[in-house]
Design a protein around this ligand. Sequence first.
Ligand code: NAP
Length: 308
Amino acid sequence: MDPIRIAIVGIGKIARDQHVPAIRGNGAFSLAATVSPHDAGLDGVPHLASLDELLTQGPAVDAIALCTPPQVRYDLAAHALSRGIHVFLEKPPGATLAEVEALKAQAAKVDVSLFAAWHSRFAAGVAPARAWLSERRIDKVSIIWREDVRVWHPGQAWIWQPGGLGVFDPGINALSIATHILPRPFFLKDATLVLPENQAAPIAADLHFRDTAGAAIHMDLDWRQTGPQSWDIIVETDAGTLKLSQGGAVLHLPSGSDHGEDIEYAGLYARFASLIRGGHSDVDTAPLRLVADAFLRGRREATDAFHD
Ligand code: NAP
């Protein structure tokens, strides 16, 4: 079978760190081109300044991976789908829920694969955590996602702009795990979003959710954490406490701990290949829905200005 010719659109941090090695490590794909307006691209790979240029002057492609900031995703994805090109959407899948729903409908209509990727769901501890929790009574959940924005997002102006999500850019990863491993749906009860007075997106947030059986789920998001960083989900159950740490990579159960290898992006590309080969799409908007609800229902508090 011929490899799927794929172009990466938006050759920034995540594309270079994860997408390029994952594509090169998967025989189902060949990296045909890269696209971005202000970058020289990779040695030996055709580089174009825009998707339009790719589609008019570049090598033929069967698929694109959209690794741009979310605010520009819809137009790029809709254009690619209209040309019969399969689309991989980095998280979050869009800047609004409605645009993601529109893409989903478009992909179904033209019979092209659309994949809303949630990389954290492929972290090593997540599948076993989901299996273990499926048999338990959930009493209480605590999500602690505290990191230093200056370390992880230096110079990313888009992340502070409307649609950039601020601290929910990493926080949505936690929600992608929680919506996947917890056996029942959950929804927001109240939230406080803390916004620097000079920015349009929150630097911290405190959220209270409840699941459909009444279990409390608390989420603490903060981008002002210096020193040790926390990406933990702790679930208290009738059979003891489960803890997923390091963003889902390490699973602690009452019976012991397990640290799996980093397989997130390899897992995403294996999934994308199987969606394309099988003629399917996978677009789960549950994590984005909860973030949208936080912006819909959360109370705003102002804090000191943030300068990168
Ligand atoms: P980034 O380093 O700022 O890279 C964004 C890239 O998108 C840049 O190469 C930029 O090109 C390009 N771009 C912007 N507008 C474009 C357009 N209209 N057409 C083509 N390319 C365009 O951002 P990032 O950290 O890689 O994040 C990108 C996405 O991946 C975000 O949604 C983020 O949430 C997600 N993500 C990031 C991480 C992470 O650790 N950083 C992890 C997982 C997922 P120029 O620089 O040439 O202008």
